[in-house]
Design a protein around this ligand. Structure first.
Ligand code: ACO
Length: 373
């Protein structure tokens, strides 16, 4: 027996939540194609669709107001903590994990809502703390995306920016049994509670092979600097054995449909903008498109037998930068969107799954009398 170390092709859950079709490049969330949701409905509406049947119907019907109330509740817990150096000293994703770990655990709807609200409140507070600013309270009348931008910046975002962030949050809402969602389901299967499941998931998301890639994507764009330098830089990088961040995927063998959704969001942000900010987004997009073309060409040459395509993280980096997020905080923003998927999967696991407990294949030495003595 040899181990399937990456669990490729292993099916460990039936789910009604999302379908990732890697051959066709399709993402279906609860019966909706991604393009029917991303850019077409609010984050709150997408949450209602994702969570239907997994939270109480009354909560679901009032979800926008309940989520806003949960943001305020989470903010109150933060006020007691904001003098805490944790916010300033740790990298943002680790500060987010530390703050989430202080929320009570449980399996009820109040816990679920608190956990869905918390990454937005905490991420904004962490971004502000890194700039030496005090956290800003949520505004109950705003949607989740607009409120996140406002809490982070200290002023209202314009409608096109809130819409672009909303498109991003909906795009990353759920995505089958990716590493972080699997981690959430494993922990949920032990009945440890939703907070524990979310903290495990966040820890998996942090890695550069999963949700930690967009910061390094920007580092790559900065290192390349100009479109005409992309090809030579990429060739050198691949020759040194490095991986190109924002490319390749375990499931997709064609372009990740989420990359297209985000590119479209960026294009509408670009056309709605004006002044220096719009010009710098345009320049970034031009560079990103050149890097993407060169990277795909180089990866085709390097791995002709394996289709390596642009993944969601590539345009995430450009979009979140255009929205003013600091690059070391990008993974926190990913968690703002994906937390809903983790909660939905944890709930589904509790309802329909069993304890997840695979086996390992022992390849160590056989015990001998000499070793035992
Ligand atoms: N750049 C260069 N080579 C790559 C890349 C890449 N981006 N992706 C895969 N390869 C190569 C690997 O080195 C490997 O080569 P080998 O067979 O000679 O060892 C081969 O292609 C297959 O790679 P695996 O790691 O086996 O493929 P897997 O399906 O496990 O990897 C992953 C998927 C981790 C996303 C990979 O493509 C990668 O590291 N990409 C860069 C990081 C990244 O963008 N992460 C975000 C993913 S999206 C998300 O999680 C939300």
């Amino acid at each position: 027996m040899s181990a399937n170390t990456g669990l490729e092709g292993v099916v460990v859950a039936d789910t009604v939540l999302s379908l990732v079709d890697g051959e066709a490049g399709r993402l279906v969330i609860r019966g909706f194609e991604l393009r029917e949701l991303a850019g077409a409905c609010s984050y709150e509406r997408a949450l209602q669709i994702l969570l239907a049947g997994f939270v109480d119907e009354g909560v679901l019907a009032e979800l926008p107001a309940r989520l806003a109330a949960a943001r305020s509740e989470v903010f109150c817990s933060l006020q007691a903590l904001h003098e805490d150096q944790t916010l300033r000293v740790l990298p943002p994703i680790e500060a987010l994990r530390a703050l989430l770990a202080r929320l009570p655990d449980g399996d009820d709807d109040a816990t679920a809502l608190r956990l869905i609200a918390a990454p937005a409140v905490f991420s904004a507070a962490i971004a502000r703390a890194h700039r030496g600013q005090a956290p800003l309270a949520p505004a109950p009348g705003l949607g989740h995306a607009a409120d996140l931008l406002r809490m982070m910046r200290g002023e209202d975002a314009d409608a096109s920016e809130a819409a672009a962030l909303e498109t991003y949050l909906v795009t990353v809402l759920d995505h089958g049994l990716n590493a972080s969602t699997f981690a959430a389901r494993v922990v949920a299967s032990t009945r440890a509670g939703l907070s524990s499941a979310v903290i495990a998931a966040l820890s998996a998301l942090k890695g550069p092979l999963h949700g930690g890639a967009p910061g390094p994507v920007l580092d790559m764009l900065d290192a390349i600097g100009r479109p005409e330098l992309a090809s030579a830089w990429i060739d050198r990088e691949l020759a040194s054995g490095a991986r190109l961040m924002g490319f390749g995927h375990r499931i997709y063998r064609v372009r990740d449909p989420r990359a297209d959704a985000l590119r479209t969001a960026l294009q509408s942000l670009e056309s709605a903008g004006s002044g220096a900010r719009a010009a710098s987004t345009q320049a970034r997009m031009k560079l990103a498109e050149a890097v993407e073309r060169s990277a795909l060409e180089a990866l085709r040459r390097l791995k002709p037998e394996r289709t390596l395509q642009t993944n969601v993280e590539f345009y995430t980096a450009v979009l979140l930068e255009a929205l003013g997020f600091a690059r070391d905080g990008f993974t926190c923003v990913f968690a703002v969107g994906r937390v809903a998927g983790w909660i939905a999967h944890a709930r589904e696991q509790l309802r329909t799954g069993r304890l997840i407990r695979p086996q390992s294949h022992y390849v160590g030495p056989s015990p001998t009398p000499r070793q035992a003595a």
